[in-house]
Design a protein around this ligand. Structure first.
Ligand code: PRX
Length: 645
């Protein structure tokens, strides 16, 4: 399969931003002369004061990442104001509602007015530069206004995905010490209501410092009201002035915090700053999607994830693009929805996740073929490895063989694309993220950290800094160093496994740490275990991922009950409910297996390798079990193995 090569057509290469002839030389320059390359790239955004210092970074302790450190700019200015002379009446955002009869266009001029009014309302509520604002919103234009209003006044947003539970919301509010929350009465997805205000009320029972909740009326559903704390969006925003100056921000001033799961502890606050992030997201958006002026670009992600931050909001808007925001889901009202939206809004570039592609693939080609999709030019994939079958279907059925697929590998931490094809420059192979983006130096190392050359498989590291990378874990720089730079000294460790083939193409093989990727959503196994353990009857648990046809990975939980507690189907349901309550429905375990013991070494460490094999049904290749404290545990694991459905 590594030989299967798909070349871009002349229609793509003839007008591509980057061609095959340019890629190698430009890549070499970006690695050998980062100051020169990124100094030039800085010119793509508007600075109030141009930076004279470009790169000042160290991956050795003390880890310190600074880009463009004496530059001054504002992210909202770059996404809005600077476009007004040429694009005031161009559509900045197309909003497609959950209901197919609801959509609207927002021009750059309107975006400026809406963002400025909200920014003024935030200031009137006392929000200042550096304050953290929590955003817990459905996929409506106001979610984007909220992010940009924060950026405009120098506040730091922390967007929490609407599918997270009140508990998860509470943890994130407390961790970043935020005293204002922007939410909506209810969200709407696939015809179902999501009780955002109710969840917020629940979360805030444990957040006494939150003094303001701004509530957008989305559905008009009934909500409880705390008159001391809650204000309607329309009451405080509509009367504000449409003038709000952009705060002058240093390049290294924080732009946002976004929580993500790792292999240990609670989700961490990944902190991104302003200058490097804006240069990196705008450059990758333009070159990786080969965005051409006037095109309609649609990323199906939610703004609650990094993909939404970088490739719905900041990258596209910095480029003056038309970015589509979708409130709904791929299968509502039916399985044609994505392609109907493509036709309705004449989408040219479409970016989604393998899990969605797999879900649509299995419904058959007719749902796709009854739509035109003639405007589509480029297709993108993100979030998890894309399997061969899904890639081939995306290419042949959705793209009719004429649209290059950019399989973009990156992470919340990296801010933007890292390993990805460029449509006009790199021939694709199904399932490979292909080649590094400019300025990205991947290294594959073995378990001891030795660099491997040529074709090989090992742990994926990045050798040097790039402008879009995270700067720290919010208020925990030690955790930043420990998580990313201590496994392999002096390198950024991604947590992913990776193979490099004879042609120098990279193939991401999935996480090699205790992180699982369910439908492109990241969870630490420890995080799910600690939720399960909250159930009164649970003594101990161990969670692993297993291959799942639709979700990529599913969640398999091994649970030991307290003495005297009887396993039952009812008990399983209760445990599932506890996880849904503590983390959110997106972390629902697929399988629960009762066990009386876990496979542990004599020093008490759980041998997860065995648990993964049992969950995956690879029972003939369990490997060496002789170091287990009690090898009999394995017999019980196998005997009571649950077949995932
Ligand atoms: O394992 C990789 C997988 O998703 C992880 C990052 O997850 P998150 O921070 O939530 O960001 C997702 C969106 C950028 C990575 O460590 N991943 C992401 N994109 C790909 C991928 N795995 C394979 N191929 C990809 N294109």
């Amino acid at each position: 399969m590594t030989k299967e090569l798909f070349q871009p057509s002349a229609a793509i290469t003839s007008k591509a931003h980057i061609t095959a002839a340019q890629y190698d030389a430009l890549y070499q320059r970006s690695i050998s002369d980062p100051d020169g390359f990124w100094g030039d790239m800085a010119d793509r955004i508007t600075w109030f004061k141009k930076p004279t210092k470009i790169k000042n970074t160290s991956f050795n302790a003390p880890v310190s990442i600074k880009w463009y450190e004496d530059g001054v700019l504002n992210a909202a200015y770059n996404c809005i104001d600077r476009h007004l002379p040429a694009r005031a009446n161009q559509t900045a955002l197309i909003w497609e509602g959950d209901n197919p009869n609801e959509s609207k266009h927002i021009t750059y001029a309107q975006l400026k007015d809406e963002v400025s009014k909200l920014a003024n309302a935030l200031k009137a509520r006392g929000v200042k530069k550096g304050d953290r604002v929590t955003i817990y919103m459905p996929m409506v234009p106001e979610a984007t206004y909220a992010m940009l209003a924060c950026a405009r006044i120098g506040a730091v947003h922390s967007v929490v995905f609407g599918g997270f539970s009140p508990d998860s919301l509470k943890d994130r509010i407390l961790d970043c010490d935020s005293n204002i929350v922007i939410t909506a009465d209810e969200g709407l997805r696939g015809g179902k209501k999501v009780p955002l205000k109710k969840n917020t009320d629940e979360a805030l029972k444990s957040c006494p410092d939150v003094s303001t909740v701004i509530v957008l009326k989305r559905t008009g559903g009934d909500v409880a009201w705390n008159a001391k704390r809650d204000v309607w969006w329309h009451d405080i925003v509509d009367t504000q002035s449409t003038d709000c100056p952009c705060e002058e921000m240093n390049a290294e001033d924080p732009l946002f915090i976004l929580y993500t799961s790792g292999s240990t502890g609670k989700p961490k606050g990944v902190l991104h700053t302003t200058g490097g992030y804006m240069v990196y997201t705008s450059l990758t958006h333009e070159w990786v999607f080969d965005y051409q002026p006037g095109e309609v670009y649609w990323c199906t992600a939610d703004v609650g994830w990094v993909t939404g931050h970088s490739y719905i909001v900041y990258g596209p808007l910095a480029n003056g693009a038309t970015s589509l925001i979708f409130e709904g889901v791929p299968n509502y009202p039916d399985f044609s929805r994505f392609w109907q939206v493509v036709d309705k809004h004449k989408v040219n570039i479409f970016y989604t996740a393998p899990t969605a592609i797999r879900a649509l693939l299995r419904e058959g080609d007719e749902w796709v073929k009854k739509t035109s999709r003639s405007t589509l030019r480029i297709l993108g994939s993100v979030g998890e490895p894309i399997n061969h079958e899904a890639w081939m279907w995306y290419n042949a059925v959705v793209g009719e063989g004429r649209c290059p697929i950019v399989d973009t590998w990156w992470q919340t931490e990296t801010g933007g694309h890292m390993i990805t094809p460029l449509p006009g420059a790199v021939a694709t192979k199904p399932g490979s993220a292909t080649k590094p983006f400019f300025g990205v130096a991947p290294e594959i190392v073995d378990g001891e950290g030795h660099i491997m050359n040529g074709p090989c498989e090992g742990n994926l590291c990045i050798a040097d800094a790039w402008p879009g990378m995270m700067r720290t874990v919010f208020r925990d720089h030690a955790r930043f160093e420990q998580t990313y730079f201590s496994t392999f000294k002096g390198k950024y460790f991604t947590g992913d496994g990776c193979r490099r083939d004879d042609d120098g193409y990279y193939w991401i093989t999935g996480r090699v740490d205790d992180v699982i990727n369910v439908s492109g959503h990241r969870f630490g196994t420890a995080e799910i275990e600690s939720a399960i353990n909250e159930h009164d009857c649970v003594a101990e648990s161990a969670v692993v991922g297993f291959p799942h046809d639709l979700k990529g990975q599913g969640i398999y939980a091994y649970v030991i009950l307290n003495t005297g507690r009887e396993p039952s189907e009812e008990m399983k349901k209760e445990i599932v409910q506890v996880v849904r309550k503590i983390i959110g429905p997106i972390a629902t375990p697929d399988v629960i297996q009762w066990v009386s013991g876990l496979p542990k070494t004599r020093s008490g460490k759980i041998m997860r390798r065995i648990l993964r094999k049992v969950a995956a049904g690879e029972i003939d290749s369990l490997g060496d079990t002789s170091t287990l404290a009690d090898p009999a545990v394995v017999d019980e694991l196998l005997k009571n193995r649950q077949t995932p459905t």
